[in-house]
Design a protein around this ligand. Structure first.
Ligand code: CA
Length: 378
């Protein structure tokens, strides 16, 4: 293979290091070693062929399809692209630490990277949840536009910086379903006293409607629903909900997923670990994350209807739409919930203001493109 200039440069650097090692000159050796570890100025280290072993903690059950497949594919693609120089062992929720402790564990360096949804960390950092899903908020395409091209990622990095973490989008579920219930929801009053597993801002809205929102990881939901610890749950959409088996323990399946209109999932990377990677491995990590992000949305979109039909036709699930007056009331509660959060937390205000301002800026276009298209073309 013809050496390109970069390869030649790296080869010369390595030869220089080898020569200095042969001379056993401590001061020169120190300079060469420095290029393969974290440089003092925070710039990425130079590629020296050094191998890295990382651990990834996810918030998903270890064998969960799609959500856990994404992190596994990420590890596989990173290994292939880096020719084995970055090898990531993926652990599901509970394998090394409980699912909802992944953020803290990666922050402290117990593992180098994690995968989850930023609304899981709302208790530690309320502003994080705006990077996952906002009730009645932006759809997947609009979330991507905000995060990638509208300044969202920079704000997200600011929010995670005090935790020594770097965020990257790591999948999107598409618009979700409203959830599984064991009773009809004909009016908002039917939500009173309801114990529902529902994370994020949506959970606060359910509380405002008189229910109790319970945050639990995916592995606990089925049993909790079966035993009556909860009366209702939301999860994702037909494809994944079918695999979770909720149709066996709940009768009514409501739409739409007003609370999660396109949930953005995430990788969170320990900043120190990331800064020790040479620049090509850093780019490989970023590129594998982007590929997972795209792949996951495609998987859900490709499979959701097939499983919706199975649920309705084979499992006799009672598919229901939330009445419009219920959605209207939930929307009012959503506005109140968000107002309360932003009035008590300056960072949440900053993030939500940016979110809203971006949304306002793109909505007139959506109104004459997607909205009209869906209303007339399908
Ligand atoms: Ca959900």
């Amino acid at each position: 293979m013809q050496d390109n200039p970069r390869r030649k440069f790296l080869k010369r650097s390595l030869q220089a290091c080898t020569a200095s090692l042969a001379l056993s000159a401590p001061i020169l050796n120190a300079g060469c070693n420095k290029s393969s570890s974290s440089p003092a100025d925070g710039a990425p280290a130079v590629h020296t062929g050094k191998r890295f072993q990382w651990k990834m903690l996810t918030t998903w059950p270890p064998t969960l399809p799609v959500l856990q497949d994404g992190p596994k594919l990420f590890a596989q693609w990173v290994k292939e692209m880096s020719e084995g120089r970055l090898d990531i062992q993926v652990y599901g929720g509970g394998e090394l630490v409980p699912a909802l402790e992944a953020f803290g564990a990666v922050s402290q360096g117990t593992a180098e990277i994690g995968h989850g949804a930023s609304y899981y960390w709302a208790g530690k950092v309320p502003a994080a949840q705006f990077f996952a899903a906002v009730p009645f908020g932006m759809n997947p395409q609009q979330m991507n536009a905000w995060i990638i091209s509208g300044g969202g990622l920079k704000l997200w990095e600011e929010v995670y910086a005090p935790f020594n973490l770097i965020p990257l989008s790591g999948g999107n579920t598409g618009i979700q379903m409203g959830g599984w219930f064991n009773k009809e929801i004909n009016a908002v009053s039917d939500l009173k006293g309801l114990k529902m597993r529902i994370p994020g801002l949506g959970g606060k809205v359910i509380s405002k409607a008189g229910g109790s929102a319970i945050l639990s990881s995916g592995s606990e939901i089925y049993t909790n629903l079966e035993r009556g610890v909860i009366d209702a749950t939301e999860w994702i959409g037909p494809y994944h909900d079918y695999m979770m088996g909720f149709y066996k323990v709940a009768r009514y399946y409501y739409y739409p997923g007003w609370h999660e209109p396109g949930t953005n999932l995430e990788f969170f990377i320990n900043k120190g670990a990331f800064s020790q990677l040479p620049s090509d491995l850093q780019q490989i990590v970023r590129n594998a994350a982007a590929r997972v992000h795209y792949w996951m949305l495609c998987e859900f979109e490709a499979q959701n209807n097939r499983y919706l039909q199975k649920l309705v036709n084979e499992e006799n699930v009672d598919l229901r739409a939330f009445p419009s007056q219920v959605l209207e009331q939930l929307r009012t509660y959503s506005d109140e919930v968000i107002r309360e959060i932003v009035s008590s937390d300056a960072q949440s205000k900053k993030i939500y203001d940016a979110y809203t301002s971006f949304r306002m800026q793109i909505t007139p276009w959506a109104d004459i493109s997607e909205k009209i298209y869906y209303a007339n073309a399908l």
